[in-house]
Structure formats: structure tokens, C-alpha cells
Design a binder for this molecule. Sequence first.
Ligand code: T4K
Length: 400
Amino acid sequence: MKRKPITKLALLGGKPVFSQPLHVGRPNLGDREAFLSRVNGIFDCRWLTNDGPLLKEFEGRISEYVGVKHCIAMCNATVALEIAIRALELRGEVIVPSYTFIATAHALQWQEITPVFADMDPHTHNIDPTRIERLITPRTTGIIGVHVWGRACDTGAIEAIGKKRGLKVMYDAAHAFGCSYQGRMIGGFGACEVFSFHATKFINSFEGGAVVTNDDALAKKMRLMRNFGFAGYDRVIYPGTNGKMTEVCAAMGLTSLEAMAEIIAVNRRNYECYRKGLQALPGISLIEYSAREKCNYQYVVLEVDARICRLNRDELVAVLHAENVLARKYFWPGCHRMEPYRSFQPNAGHLLPQTEAVAKRIIIMPTGQTVTREIIRRIRDILVSAVQNAGAVRKKLAAK
Ligand code: T4K
């Protein structure tokens, strides 16, 4: 069936192509019956949280899949980052990329550790290792790399700097569950790595996260810290917090894991469909995933070159939103431009030219189980029409 052409963009007064909002981060769901059966089991055994049987099963499945000795599941990745940072005894200053979700920086600041922002490599969107050493001061204790979009950072270079300068290295792998680097699953690099299983992630446990590590002592410490520091009834041996994952979250996580292959296949299909559709649109490119690595294709990331495209990123996002395509601008404007970091270092942007430039070019598109090829073709039509009507779009937005 031939698609109806877009006669008038919604931004220019037409009817939106989509009557319902199309979200980035719409959850992928596993089998409903399998989940409900697990929830029935929770009712039957009356074990709701605190190291329950489903949590243990979830942790076992993750460590086995990733190939690490320990998985410590937590209530979310932010708390998992906070606990990992504390267990590694990071303090003073820690070097992180500015181009990440704010949780990476806040997990440090929350513990009065200063995040020191390093610039990114514009090709990978990950922390640029060549920018790290000049940021090291006598107060620096560690480096946190982030595998942005599930594409691994240069772990070899980062860990070589860590070794040379006596710094601990860990990774925020919130985007990278199911991804590999140089043939090794992400999760086994550095002292530890942190996954997110938030509802918007391709594998979800409603809310949830996990630290994975091969370090026995570190794992033991983080398990204690997750549970107030209790080492037995009435015996507390660490300052701890409540980072526990509930049984209902573990039930969702297990159900989601069972659907992993199907979700990756859908994400990959959507990614290829966007790629094919956008090929003929000069100035809009899709970031690439290596065919040699395992990949979850969780994020469909467009990069807009306004010099070629005739519209800039913000103009395209405005067009998409008017059509009910709620594309996102992650991680604009960069952590260094958000509070409290912005007030601490108002001129940090001068040291982060690539972050500043790339953050202005990125659009994250809807994908996952709720997005079909037909939807992607319509989104492509919108973008084509936006570029064809660039003059009118720009005029309309300027008048707003
Ligand atoms: N490190 C990195 C690198 C991260 O990207 C993240 C999280 C973390 C650490 C921390 O992990 P957690 O502590 O969250 O486990 C969303 C997610 O909330 C966040 O988890 C994620 N990164 C980030 C990239 O995206 P927001 O502020 O954009 O969330 P929000 O509420 O705007 O939701 C995103 C979209 O998803 C909305 O358009 C609606 C849709 N949605 C969301 C939920 C929760 C649904 O359709 N259904 C839902 O149930 O941060």
C-alpha cells in the first residue's frame, strides 16, 4: 500500500501524523504470563525483598551471561554507582565524561566527591583518553568511563592511565548490557561495572541496576553496603544504605531477560530500517555499531550536520514533536551545563569543545517493541518533508 504523502507538517498547521505520542524509552515487555506466574510465586512464599530467591536467580543469570564472578543487583543504577564508588573508596576528585546522563556525575557529588569533566571523542561519543591525564591532580582518586549508547570506551587506554597514575577505574555500563568489546562482554572491565535495568532500558526490572565484578572482596563489601552494612543478625560492619532490589523487580528482570534475543532482533530491525530510510537525507547520519561486536541496538542516535541538512537539530526536534514523535536530545547540554556543576565551573565548556559541539547535534529516536517499520517510514517522511520545507519551518520557529 502506498503511503499518503505529508501534505502539510503539523508545525505548519497540518494534522499530526501520529495521534498518540511516540516515546523514546517505551518499555519492552517480556511474556505477561511468565511474569504473573512469578508474581504468584512471590505471594505463595511471602518473600518480597531482602536477598530473595528471584533476586538470586536474576543475579546468577546476569553473571553467567556476562561471564563475571559476581553480580550484585540493586534498586537502580544510580544507587549501584553510589555504592560502587564508596566501596572503591573513591574520594576527592574523579574524572568522568561530561557527555553522560546526569546520574554519573550526581553519584559522585552526592558523596561530596568532585566530578572533573573530561571531553569526548566525537567519533565514539565516549570519554577521550588523551584528555584524561591533564585533569589529574593530587586529589584525583579514580576514573569512571561511560559506555555511551552501548559502544565501549577505550578501556585499554583508560586502564593504562589508571595503572600508571595509581587511579581506580570503573565503568558506568548503564547502556551496555548485552554488548561486547573486543570479543569480551562488557561487565568484566575495570574494577567493576554498573548496568541499569530501568524501564527505559532494553532489559528492564521496572527500576533496577547491578554492579558486576570479578573482585571477591569488593563484591562482598558491596553486598553488605546494599543492606545497611549488616553482616548477620544485629551485626553491622560497614556504613551501608538500602540498595536492595525487590522480588517483583527481579521477577520482571528475569522475564525481560527471557525476551532478550527477541528484543535485540526488534531493535536491530528498527535500526536497519532507520538507516535505510535516512540514507538519502544529506546531513543526517546514524551512529554506527560495530558488526564485530555484540550489540543491543537500544539507542537509535542521529547526528545532524546543520551546514548540510538545512535545518539544525533543534529545528528538526521541534518538527518531530509537533507530529507527536517525542525524540530526545540526550545528553544535551552536557553535565557541566547542569546544576550544581554549572555554578561551580561556569567556564568548563572551554575545556569541552567536542562535548559542546556533539551535544548540539544529537537526536535519539523511538525504537523497541512498540515501533514498527511502518512507523519508521512515516518518521522518515516527516524528516524529508521538514528538509523540503526548511525555509517555512525556520520562519515559523523564528516567529514563535
Ligand atoms: N548512567 C547512565 C549513562 C544512564 O543513562 C542512566 C539512566 C543512569 C546512569 C542511571 O540509571 P537508573 O538509576 O535510572 O537505573 C531516562 C531514564 O529514566 C534513565 O534511566 C536513563 N538513564 C535516561 C537515559 O533516560 P529521562 O529523564 O529521560 O526519563 P523520562 O521520565 O523522560 O522517560 C523517558 C521516556 O520514556 C519518556 O519519553 C516516557 C517513556 N517511558 C518512561 C517510563 C519510565 C514510558 O513510556 N514508560 C515508562 O514506564 O531518563
